[in-house]
Ligand binder design. Structure first.
Ligand code: FAD
Length: 409
């Protein structure tokens, strides 16, 4: 049973309260000539209504009847099939996180014995569909219209909601990017399902087909695995660099399905004026092959001069623990971890960082971890590929000297 809402004409007093409270502008009042007292009648525009229930609660005449699919009857989970990845793009460039989600999505789809699909929303975007197939998608749903030229929550939310309601995927994965975080929650609310944000690992139980969504909880002190057992689809967002990218398989075969969008059915309450590039985030930790990160063990702001010298020699980017950022030794844009960036370089060098869970979440997918620390028993040293026990101020100058002599400097 789908969501349904109706105004009970015999009870509506035309008081206009519902029109005022509706956050979606979905209710208007119309004249009722036939009414003995000429009372107005509330009319609900179903294209705009999100079935949020605000009008029902506000009506003191009980004149609006709302029946919600999930609350009334439960969801028939057998109708939901396939794993979907939302293929986020900006200016027709697919975001890196999408390739990572396709890799993980493929693994989950194979475990469930189902197909992996990608959803591509944008303007003049169809040519990008093959890239998604090359990275593992079996199907790509393309929603191509000029209304999607710039990201806006309303139309993007509407179109993804429509597509999910029509095709019924059982899992929908999205990047925990600014864009993903902004509209994944809106989509989940519209289709009345759960959303687990900022997952750091995903698994499926082939028997129940439940997605096990693991994310930090209680300030990162524990990892919680969250299920959405009663509702479908199961929705999760995952940060960039948590999973490895899917490899490219040039010319892979897949199906491209164009979804004809009726723009009249899309909610659109905002107007795009312009976008301004953020120039404050100058540190490109995402693209770095080598990251040298320092923490409280540095002891002082000046310690970063030594880190910079080594970073220059190695062509590395500089990262930091929150302790170093909170001490104001280095700006926040360098922070790695739960409340900073997630990175996965080839080499991560952790200098004077103890390796608390909130930091490890942001870098544990690095290929090689080198730790320099006085305390051999700390978690960073224990999980490192190479653990160098000793004082940063003795070990790093030795490494610098060695590299310089190798370079003949
Ligand atoms: C909600 C929440 C979110 C958080 N988010 C983040 C986050 O995004 N990123 C993050 O990093 N943290 C985060 N934290 C903080 C985290 O819990 C730790 O406090 C922090 O990571 C510790 O930083 P550190 O390892 O630099 O400092 P410490 O834990 O104090 O470790 C310092 C290390 O330096 C070593 N050391 C000292 N002197 C030397 C020396 N001369 N030479 C060699 N080694 C030396 C010590 O043995 C020690 O291991 C968060 C915490 C919370 C509650």
């Amino acid at each position: 049973m789908a969501n349904s809402i109706k105004v009970l004409t015999d009870k509506c007093m035309g008081c206009k309260v519902c029109e005022d409270v509706c956050p979606f502008g979905a209710i208007s009042m119309v004249e009722r000539q036939e009414h003995p007292k000429k009372l107005k009648l509330a009319v609900i525009d179903l294209n705009k209504c999100a079935y949020c229930g605000s009008c029902v609660q506000s009506c003191k005449f009980n004149a609006i009847e709302l029946k919600k699919e999930s609350l009334q009857s439960g969801v028939d989970k057998s109708l939901y099939k396939g794993v979907w990845v939302y293929a986020e793009q900006r200016r027709c460039e697919i975001s890196g996180v999408v390739y990572e989600l396709l890799n993980e999505g493929k693994r989950l789809a194979e475990k469930l014995g189902t197909a992996l699909s990608a959803v591509l929303v944008g303007s003049n975007i169809k040519s990008k569909a093959q890239e998604l197939i090359d990275r593992g998608a079996d199907k790509v749903y393309v929603c191509d219209d000029s209304i999607f030229a710039e990201f806006q929550d309303d139309p993007y939310t509407s179109v993804l909601t429509q597509l999910i309601e029509k095709e019924k995927p059982e899992i929908v994965l999205m990047g925990a990017t600014n864009m993903g975080c902004s509209f994944a929650s809106r989509v989940a609310t519209r289709i009345r399902t759960g959303l687990t944000a900022d997952c750091v690992s995903l698994e499926v139980d082939p028997k129940t087909r439940n997605l096990q969504q693991t994310r930090p909880a209680f300030g990162g002190n524990i990892m919680a695995t969250i299920l959405t057992p009663e509702h479908r689809p199961q929705m999760a967002t995952v940060r960039h660099k948590v999973f490895k990218e899917a490899k490219i398989e040039q010319g892979r075969k897949g199906e491209i399905i164009e979804y004809k969008v009726n723009v009249q059915t899309l909610l659109n309450r905002t107007k795009f004026l312009s976008s301004i590039k953020d120039t404050s985030a100058v540190v490109n930790l995402d693209a770095a092959n080598i990251i040298i990160a320092a923490g409280r063990g540095l002891g002082k702001r000046e310690g970063f001069k030594l880190i910079e010298e080594l970073a220059d020699l190695l062509g590395a980017a500089i990262g930091a623990s929150r302790a170093a950022v909170d001490s104001e030794w280095i700006p926040y844009s360098h922070q790695i971890g739960q409340t900073g960036k997630t990175v996965a370089p080839k080499v991560y060098i952790a200098c004077g960082i103890s390796g608390q869970i909130q930091h490890m979440i942001g870098m544990s997918s690095s290929d090689i971890i080198i730790a320099i620390n006085k305390d051999a028993s700390c978690p960073m040293m224990q999980s490192a590929t190479y653990a160098l026990e000793g004082d940063i101020y003795e070990i790093i100058p030795c490494i610098i000297r060695e590299i310089k002599s190798l370079k003949g400097g």
